[in-house]
Design a protein around this ligand. Structure first.
Ligand SMILES: NC(=O)c1ccc[n+]([C@@H]2O[C@H](COP(=O)([O-])OP(=O)(O)OC[C@H]3O[C@@H](n4cnc5c(N)ncnc54)[C@H](OP(=O)(O)O)[C@@H]3O)[C@@H](O)[C@H]2O)c1
Length: 250
């Protein structure tokens, strides 16, 4: 398999290292210099590429998706901060009949955390004394906040608990009763921690996922690339892992 990298920052470089160790060919590599306005991505430059892997910026990624779909190459998108605009590019991807995998977090453990939190919240549905919250930590360079993963965790809590109506990502004064606090910390170089808690008057339950190294994302991104190469359609990384857990082909 040969992958093209769109974005050659911290994640692009880590994916390159992981790919080469796994015997996957890498190249071409597109940077903001060689790919201004996505103009570097053409059928010509992507000839011989099996999958394009995008870890760039929320501002650039929609153009990249359109250009890669026009060149009819499968694609993996790890870039965050654009998922509310998926419907804008969905018809373009569908017309191109390519495989497309996206997700806010390519760690396998995070996908399992989503499942554990859904189950935990369904148990807490009957226990209104337990008040839920989400906290995430990332390095200071991360552009969006809260993380897409924290928002997804919050969404799962809303769906499963029933008694809360919205996420509160910015506090002005006291939190409304029906809100779930989703807090973000930005400092240093930490690759990512997500914590979900349930706090009652005399006890607290917390579940935490810690990324100790960016390699965790890179391994998942390569997993997604293999999947996108062999499966047409639009899939979240969660769906890819679910298929695997159900014994499907990944
Ligand atoms: N899904 C996941 O599992 C996961 C995990 C980690 C990170 N992420 C997300 O992935 C994205 C990248 O993260 P990162 O830590 O690698 O950030 P980063 O180190 O800032 O790298 C982003 C790179 O994209 C480049 N870029 C900007 N515009 C481009 C364009 N038009 N074509 C090609 N490259 C372009 C930037 O180049 P310049 O510096 O020259 O502008 C930069 O090198 C972020 O959205 C982050 O939130 C997702």
């Amino acid at each position: 398999m040969r992958i093209a990298l769109i974005g050659y920052g911290q994640m692009g470089r880590e994916i390159e290292r992981a790919a080469l160790e796994a015997g996957i060919e890498v190249g071409p590599i597109f940077t903001s210099r060689t790919n201004s306005e996505g103009r570097g991505l053409t059928a010509e430059t992507l000839r011989g590429v099996d999958v394009c892997v995008d870890f760039s910026t929320p501002q650039a990624v929609l153009t990249h998706i359109r250009r890669v779909a026009e060149a009819r190459r499968p694609m993996v998108v790890g870039t965050t901060g654009w998922f509310d605009r998926l419907n804008e590019v969905r018809p373009v991807i569908e017309r191109a009949e390519i495989g497309f995998v996206y997700g806010p977090n390519f760690c396998v453990g995070i996908t399992l955390l989503f499942r554990l939190v859904a189950y935990g919240a369904s148990l807490f549905r009957q226990l209104p004394d337990f008040d839920p919250y989400v906290v995430e930590w990332h390095h200071w360079r991360k552009a969006d906040h809260p993380s897409g993963t924290a928002l997804r965790l919050g969404q799962i809590l809303l769906e499963q608990l029933g008694r809360k109506t919205h996420l509160v990502t910015r506090l002005e004064g006291r939190i409304p009763q029906a809100g779930i606090s989703v807090a973000a910390i930005r400092a240093g170089s930490h690759p990512g921690t997500h914590l979900v808690g349930f706090d009652a008057p005399f006890e607290t339950l917390e579940i935490t996922h810690v990324v100790r190294h960016r390699r965790a994302f890179a391994i998942g991104a390569l997993w997604a690339a293999r999947f996108a190469k062999d499966h047409k359609g639009i899939f979240s990384f969660e769906e890819v892992i679910d298929r695997f857990l159900r014994g499907g082909d990944v």
